[in-house]
Ligand binder design. Structure first.
Ligand code: SAM
Length: 280
């Protein structure tokens, strides 16, 4: 889909773009191909696309896999898409707020699905978290987002970008690769830099069931005040003696801040607390 085609469709359909919906459309063929390639699609794949817009990615996904489920919030774009892809039998188009949809469909089995999407930036992180923490989460997440969000997703302990988002996504996934998508590849040009990130689901989950909820709680409370000693924050929720025992079991110092604690250490802390300590 070229820039000329995008302008033409918008004009013919009398659509003025809505900034709050993050409507920056990708028109660079090389970047679109690279995003689809990063999905590592095979013919049997089911692909979830969130925010198809005018369909530049959708038109490449349709021939590359068995099934595409595309969720778009803007009714005007849904109407354009349903005409454009009227003959594509393997496309299911849903008019919905994707975040609300995913929350409703929390129990759905996404385990054989891959996400390939140029996400709406205002809800990109919560959408990824929702999918990543779903009980049967997708095999692969390939998403274009703000460049600085991608840095947070990939971040390692001890860096300024490391935080809640890194820990919630890296629990179930390994950040495999990422690349910059120049602002000039979008229409209109976004104000912020963009990048595409590929997250591959871990072969074996590090945690299951209720321990995942405990991990999420530990991470969120532990990062409540980034510069504060984590133990002081966690004491609001667990007895200090239980926390000290768990810290010793995991082998982390009592003075540590959350930003220095790895995914594996948070996992071990969650397991230790789940076995030994009631929360307050
Ligand atoms: N995929 C298209 C492309 O690459 O050109 C469009 C990407 S654009 C960055 C984001 C799209 O997400 C827009 O079409 C916008 O209307 C849609 N969108 C915004 N918020 C949404 C939401 N909560 N649920 C579903 N779609 C949403």
């Amino acid at each position: 889909m070229t820039l000329t085609e995008i302008r033409q469709i918008l004009e013919e359909s009398n659509i003025r773009l809505t900034k709050s919906l993050g409507q920056n459309f990708l028109h660079d063929g090389n970047q679109l191909r690279r995003i689809v390639e990063t999905g590592k699609l095979v013919a049997e794949d089911s692909v979830l696309e969130i925010g198809p817009g005018l369909g530049p990615l959708t038109e490449q996904l349709i021939p590359a896999c068995q099934r595409v489920l595309a969720i778009e919030k803007d009714e005007r774009l849904v109407s354009v898409l349903s005409k454009r892809f009227i003959e594509s039998e393997n496309l299911e188009l849903i008019h919905a707020d994707a975040l609300a949809y995913l929350r409703r469909e929390k129990e759905r089995d996404w385990s054989d699905w891959k996400l390939v999407a140029n996400l709406p930036y205002s809800v990109g992180s919560p959408i990824l978290v929702e999918l990543a923490l779903a009980p049967r989460n997708p095999a692969r997440l390939v998403a274009t987002l703000q460049w600085e969000v991608v840095q947070r997703i990939k971040a390692k302990p001890g860096t300024k970008d490391y935080g809640v988002l890194s820990l919630l996504l890296q629990l179930g996934y390994v950040a495999e690769s990422s690349f910059k998508v120049p602002a000039g590849c979008f229409f209109p040009r976004p104000d912020v830099a963009s990048a595409c990130v590929a997250l591959q689901r871990r072969e074996r989950p590090l945690l299951v069931g209720g321990d995942i909820d405990l991990y999420v709680k530990l991470v969120k409370v532990g990062f409540g005040q980034r510069r504060k000693v984590m133990l002081k924050l966690l004491k609001n929720l667990w007895p200090e003696s239980a926390l000290q025992a768990a810290y010793e079991q995991v082998g982390i110092g009592l003075q540590v801040r959350a930003e220095a604690v790895s995914v594996e250490q948070f996992v071990s802390l969650a397991q230790a607390l789940s076995n030994n300590a009631p929360s307050k």
